[in-house]
Design a protein around this ligand. Structure first.
Ligand code: AMP
Length: 477
């Protein structure tokens, strides 16, 4: 049952921030977790990003820390009291931004540190003193070793996206970090699933936790229409364009299983005239952030990605997700299609199943607890007309009648065949067409797409963090 925020006795400064955000009712994870965290209990929460879990832990945590609020300029008066650990730079940045918003009417200070960035500005922030520190594990250890931060006054630690942190291999780093923290503390662990490894982590570091599960951990949203198509590999691209056209879909995530496949498919779709960008682990941080931002602002229509993009990123209202390849891991299916149908919006999840995918499909059916329903499809013949098909139109849409007197937008020349080295993907993403007017489902009364925060300086090109985090060789050849 949803409850109103006014039913919580939040401090006026926090209540005001919640009102500024336009929230009225708590999401299920908030309704369950906030009272428990306010009591100071440990929490083991099964919730994914997109459920409102950041506010679920930050609001009560801020409320409990308000007793330390002070306006002193002395760093000693602002020791780290809460530590929030996340697996990736994008997630850390996203969560830190939200915490700043919730704390904006208080005097609590917060900052974020993650790899792939110069340590100096982060060090300066840390040395000024912050009560809430959001971090990725590796970079936090760097700062601890450099004695830039002291964690002996930490009262709260949040292990967010804990399953992802373990997948990436952060367990030793987490263990080291937790060993620096006072034993007397509150620990909150959030994970999309409660795997045996997560349960082991919880039993080692949580004390008598309250388990909160907002939805079955492997449940798929009822707002997502799941369609399966039996297709051969060589027909997938054409069938995808058919579906985009027939269903009038304007933007989609397209998931593939390998980095090489990702780059190739993005290039082929670009050649087909679709505004496409690729997101995978071989791209630099800078390119990846640009690709995401281009998708968020609507400058590109298709984001072809590996599972690196499947979790956590809060991109509102992606109307469709394509499993161009069936994921090797059934749980990734749930995460992938969780990119659409968010916050009650309706979404479409299309999966292409080849003859090789029978076992993988069986795993998915078992996990989601239902049989795949196949939609019959007859692949249309190849449509690759030369020249004018991409003159500002999305290719799968019928061209609008043109006023011949009006100047034509520049048509993109068909690309010459490229050498196999694929130089296209060695270059930073550049939007190739002016963004179209926002699609109807991104109407003006919705919040604008998030642009990069000032924490991320796009000019700096460092691939290190994501190179290190991409430890899933079976999914990224
Ligand atoms: P999170 O799962 O914390 O990343 O939150 C996902 C999105 O939901 C964010 O854009 C939040 O601003 C938004 N959100 C969080 N709580 C609420 C709420 N109670 N009502 C409306 N939106 C919310």
């Amino acid at each position: 049952m949803t409850q109103s925020f006014s039913e919580l006795s939040l401090a006026p400064t926090l209540a005001r921030a919640v009102a500024d955000m336009g929230y009225e009712h708590m999401t299920p994870i908030q309704a369950q977790a906030i009272p428990v965290v306010l009591e100071g209990r440990d929490v083991m929460g099964a919730a994914q990003t997109g459920t409102g879990k950041t506010a679920a832990f930050s609001l009560p945590l801020l409320q409990r820390l308000l007793k330390h609020e002070n306006a002193s300029t002395s760093p000693a008066r602002h020791p780290v009291r809460a530590l929030v650990l996340l697996p990736t730079r994008e997630l850390a940045d996203q969560v830190a931004e939200q915490i700043k918003l919730y704390a904006k009417h208080t005097q609590m200070r917060s900052t974020v540190v993650f790899g792939g960035m110069d340590m100096k500005p982060q060090t300066l922030e840390l040395k000024k003193g912050v009560e809430i520190l959001v971090a990725t594990p590796g970079r936090l250890l760097d700062h601890i070793e450099a004695k830039n931060c002291v964690l002996n006054q930490v009262e709260y630690v949040v292990l967010d996206e804990a399953d992802r942190m373990l997948d990436i291999g952060f367990l030793p780093d987490l263990q080291r970090i937790l060993s620096y923290l006072p034993k007397q503390r509150t620990t909150l662990l959030f994970s999309a699933t409660f795997s045996p490894e997560i349960k082991r982590l919880a039993s080692s570091y949580l004390q008598d936790p309250v388990t909160i599960e907002v939805a079955r951990s492997n449940a798929t949203a009822s707002t997502v229409e799941q369609c399966f198509y039996r297709v051969d590999d060589e027909d997938k691209r054409r069938v995808m364009q058919q579906i985009l056209r027939e269903r009038g879909v304007k933007q989609a995530f397209v998931f593939v299983n390998s980095k090489l496949g990702c780059a190739r498919l993005a290039r082929s779709l670009e050649r087909d005239g679709l505004n496409t960008t690729a997101l995978h682990g071989d791209k630099s941080q800078d390119e990846r952030l640009k690709a995401l931002d281009a998708f968020k602002t609507g400058a590109v229509d298709l984001l072809v990605c590996t599972d690196v993009a499947a979790r956590g990123l809060d991109i509102k209202d992606v109307p469709a997700v394509f499993n161009f390849d069936i994921p090797f891991n059934a749980e990734d299916y749930v995460h992938r299609i969780g990119r659409t149908g968010r916050a009650g919006a309706s979404g479409l999840a299309v999966s292409f199943v080849t003859g090789r995918d029978t076992r993988l499909l069986g795993d998915i059916e078992k996990l989601i607890g239902k049989k795949a329903e196949f939609v019959p499809v007859e692949p249309e013949p190849e449509r690759r007309p030369g020249g004018r098909y991409n003159d500002g139109q999305r290719v799968w849409q019928q061209p609008a009648p043109r006023d011949e007197a009006a100047p034509r937008p520049a048509a993109r020349a068909p690309r010459a065949p490229r050498p196999s080295a694929d130089p296209f993907f060695d270059q930073p993403y550049e939007a190739s067409a002016a963004p179209e007017a926002k699609p109807a489902w991104e109407s003006a009364d919705k919040p604008a797409a998030r642009s990069l925060s000032p924490n991320i300086k796009p000019k700096k090109k460092v691939a290190a963090l994501f190179k290190a985090t991409e430890r899933t060789p079976e999914t990224e050849s």
